[in-house]
Design a protein around this ligand. Structure first.
Ligand code: PGA
Length: 281
């Protein structure tokens, strides 16, 4: 077992397969989402078909708005590109939940992953406890939960970044077994690095900053469930990733892939990012 304090050993190329996720947020209307899916279709030959096996390579996924999941799935049906969601409701089964999308509904569609706890939802009041409840639903439905964690710029300035991120990680896995945690993924997304209307040209984290925080995330997991579990969990980086810097992030052994927002909704820039991930895989 790796010592908790030492740097985790460098993973072998196949132990944590890289994962590239395009998070389309609410950038696209339905027709635009379908066009983008059609443009990405030729890329599917580059990615590995499914998670969970030992093939080398990398996985590719897109997370459209709920309204476009089915349409995008139809276009990507025979491809290796996975289709996921950007959230799910914390009740697993269908019922009287106006405006929500349940785990049952997403599993029925065959969604293989879901982004949870994004800072844009946390800013609207999403709590750590709600994230934990959603994680449980995703796991119960065999949908890979990708839990977003990350500090604000003021938390970083105060020197609280590591404690804030560890707190979010531990809250997300509260009450879960080691086996369950091993089936999760995280995305380190410093809020100050995410492109938005308020922050249209943010500075991305440096690959070193990101890798350091990925180690913090893995240490938090290791403290709770042991190094073996921590070594299995993939930690992606997200925040102003583009074709120019993607390669530097995925070259870090701690960085198991990328969660890309704005640059994932333009086919050309997403292809550039994919090339970088393919080279590193
Ligand atoms: P960005 O978004 O790539 O547009 O900065 C990242 C994210 O929020 O996942």
């Amino acid at each position: 077992m790796t010592s908790m304090t030492s740097r985790p050993s460098r993973p072998s190329p196949t132990s944590r397969r890289k994962l590239l996720v395009g998070a389309w947020k609410a950038y696209l209307n339905h027709g635009e989402a379908l066009s983008l899916a059609r443009a990405l279709l030729p890329l599917s030959t580059r990615a590995t078909a499914s998670r969970g096996d030992d093939e080398p390579g990398f996985e590719l996924a897109v997370c459209p708005s709920f309204i476009s999941i089915v349409g995008v799935q139809q276009i990507l049906a025979d491809s290796s590109i996975q289709v996921g969601a950007q959230n799910l409701y914390w009740e697993s089964e269908n019922g009287a939940f106006t405006g929500q999308i349940t785990g049952e509904q997403l599993a029925d569609l065959g969604c293989s992953l879901v982004i949870l706890g994004h800072s844009e939802l946390r800013a609207l009041g999403e709590s750590d406890e709600q994230v934990n409840r959603r994680v449980r639903v995703a796991l119960a439905r065999s949908i890979l939960p990708i839990v977003c964690v990350g500090e604000s710029s003021s938390e970083r300035d105060r020197g609280d970044a590591e404690s804030r991120v560890s707190e979010q990680v531990l809250a997300a896995i509260d009450g879960l077994s080691a086996e369950q945690v091993a089936e999760m993924a995280f995305a380190y997304e410093p809020i100050w690095a995410i492109r938005s209307r308020e922050n249209p040209d943010p500075t991305p984290a440096t690959p070193e900053q990101a890798a350091a925080m990925h180690r913090v995330i893995r240490e938090a997991l290791a403290k709770r469930h042991g190094a073996a579990v921590a070594e299995r969990v993939r930690v992606l980086y997200g925040g102003s990733v583009g074709p120019d810097n993607a390669g530097q992030f995925v070259a870090e052994p701690e960085i198991d892939g990328l969660l890309v927002g704005s640059a994932s909704v333009k086919a050309q820039s997403f292809v550039g990012i994919l090339e970088a991930v393919a080279d590193a895989a």
